[in-house]
Write a protein that binds this ligand. Structure first.
Ligand code: ZN
Length: 276
């Protein structure tokens, strides 16, 4: 390179500088909407390209939480001293901690039905991206009391609470119904959401079981005597999935296929309520 004079070397250095500048231009063109105007201007000062901002990733949407409350418990009948103890009913009075529940005429107990349906719902909701919290962990324990069950959903920040039951009405009555608290314990907005949850569950359940022909109105029945609903601060319903004393309902509720169909429709109703 010795034969190149200083003038030539200066040109080479200048050319190398232009090349570096050219390599940066496309980034400036992408980030600046006024680049056309800049390029047509006679002598703009070379702009230092701004760092390209990295978009912040959107925070992940937390999975909604749903509390499932399988009614009663397998050990309740053996421990009346526990389940008969009075607890707050959420309406200014008291009621027993829990009850043994009903059964079909053939002896299939409500606590076993509610536990089985809850597990089937849990699996379906979990697969759909919902976090499920159960009010009891097996079907051999005692309680928990209805006031404890009714406060769990608020404590864990649940989007919905679904109590699962089977009714023990006169044998002629058939069908399911959904219960809400008529006391609006979480205020009018939560009460409206509870009604929406009840309608969503009612609509889904009609695919597997007719609405009750003996209680409520078109499958929905507000009440003021259920602590598990009165103490709830989130959208909450009880579902009496059928009348276990009615032969037709009992046949559906006693079979695994029937319980699976009920769980599928309850899940569909909950997911519809959640908008998922
Ligand atoms: Zn029950």
């Amino acid at each position: 390179m010795r034969w190149l004079g200083p003038w030539v070397m200066a040109l080479l250095v200048a050319f190398a500088g232009c090349s570096a500048t050219d390599a940066q231009e496309p980034r400036a063109a992408v980030t600046s909407p006024t680049v056309g105007a800049v390029l047509s201007s006679p002598a703009p000062a070379p702009a230092v390209p701004s760092p390209v901002p990295t978009p912040e990733p959107a925070p992940p949407t937390p999975a909604p939480i749903v509390v499932l409350d399988p009614g009663h418990n397998g050990g309740n009948a053996a421990h009346p001293e526990v389940v008969n103890a009075p607890v707050p009913d959420g309406a200014g009075g008291t009621k027993p901690c829990n009850t043994t529940g009903t059964a079909t005429n053939a002896g299939y107990p409500e606590h076993a039905f509610t536990w089985d349906v809850a597990l089937r719902m849990r699996d379906r909701l979990t697969a759909a991206g919902v976090t499920v919290v159960l009010t009891r962990q097996d079907d051999a324990g005692v309680g928990p009391c209805v006031d404890v069950r009714g406060q769990l959903a608020g404590q864990v920040g649940a989007a919905a609470f679904v109590g699962i039951h089977g009714d023990g009405a006169a044998t002629v009555g058939r069908g399911f119904h959904v219960i809400t608290s008529s006391l609006a314990p979480g205020g009018p907005d939560v009460a409206a959401r509870s009604s929406a949850l009840a309608i969503a569950v009612r609509n889904a359940m009609t695919a597997v079981e007719p609405v009750s022909d003996y209680v409520g109105s078109n499958g929905v029945n507000p009440r003021r005597d259920l602590a598990g609903l009165n103490l709830n601060q989130v959208p909450a319903v009880y579902v009496e999935c059928g009348n276990m004393r009615n032969a037709t309902d009992a046949a559906l509720m006693s079979g695994a296929d029937g319980r699976d169909a009920i769980a599928a429709q309850l899940t569909a109703g909950v997911l519809a309520f959640l908008g998922r």
